[in-house]
Design a protein around this ligand. Structure first.
Ligand SMILES: C[S@@+](CC[C@H](N)C(=O)[O-])C[C@H]1O[C@@H](n2cnc3c(N)ncnc32)[C@H](O)[C@@H]1O
Length: 196
């Protein structure tokens, strides 16, 4: 807790009006890759408290939409449709796809993190499972040429997951934004050119 309160990104997020320090992970990746543009349809998994959706909606500039989902409640944001539910439940996935309707997404982003036990043998399979479900959703929801950004942890199953993503995306990069704590195994996989 002490570490969190002194964290430069926590203080900066409070000062700049973002809902969480996680915003600086997405903003660093976006500034480098120019991921989000007006007119896009985005899916934000593990969205609460909402800084990624908040940042993305500022870039959409009133043109485009975001479907956001989390286990926890989230305060509303303009152009963001929110579903509260567990992404691992088939009924919740069905609701997400129903709300997407005929639209196809330009970007599926997933910052989901399971409750960590601190035991890698327990936590790592849960992280990989969420990432696998995100990839399944990308197959159902993405436009050809679309992007997926997914939180991962280095460890068992990481290399196999990256290999599976490389099969269906033309470009795959691993990114560790500065706001991702250096001692954490957390990293982000950015995949683009879906199906190309
Ligand atoms: C690190 S936080 C996301 C922060 C968010 N990107 C932001 O910018 O505010 C991780 C989120 O993943 C959510 N989560 C974890 N497992 C989930 C699941 N199975 N279904 C939906 N959300 C999940 C948690 O409730 C938590 O809010």
């Amino acid at each position: 807790m002490q570490e969190h309160l002194k964290d430069e990104y926590v203080l900066r997020a409070q000062k700049e009006g973002w809902r969480s320090r996680a915003v600086y992970k997405l903003s660093e990746i976006h500034e480098r890759e120019k991921l989000i543009r007006p007119g896009m349809t985005l899916i934000d998994l593990g969205a609460a408290p909402g800084s990624w959706s908040q940042y993305a909606t500022s870039l959409l500039d009133g043109r485009g939409s975001i479907l956001a989902l989390d286990l926890l409640a989230m305060d509303s944001l303009p152009d963001v449709e929110f579903i509260q539910g567990d992404f691992t439940e088939p009924a919740v996935l069905d609701e997400l796809l129903e709300r997407l309707g005929d639209r196809k997404a330009d970007l599926v982003m997933a910052d989901m993190a399971p409750n960590m036990s601190g035991m890698s043998a327990v936590d790592q399979p849960r992280v990989i499972y969420l990432a696998e479900l995100t990839l399944d959703l990308a197959h159902k929801a993405l436009k050809p040429g679309g992007f997926m950004l997914v939180k991962l942890f280095h460890g068992q199953g990481f290399d196999a997951y990256v290999a599976a993503v490389k099969h269906c995306f033309g470009k795959v990069k691993v990114r560790k934004p500065k706001a991702s704590r250096p001692h954490s195994r957390e990293t982000y996989l950015l995949a683009g050119n879906y199906g190309l």
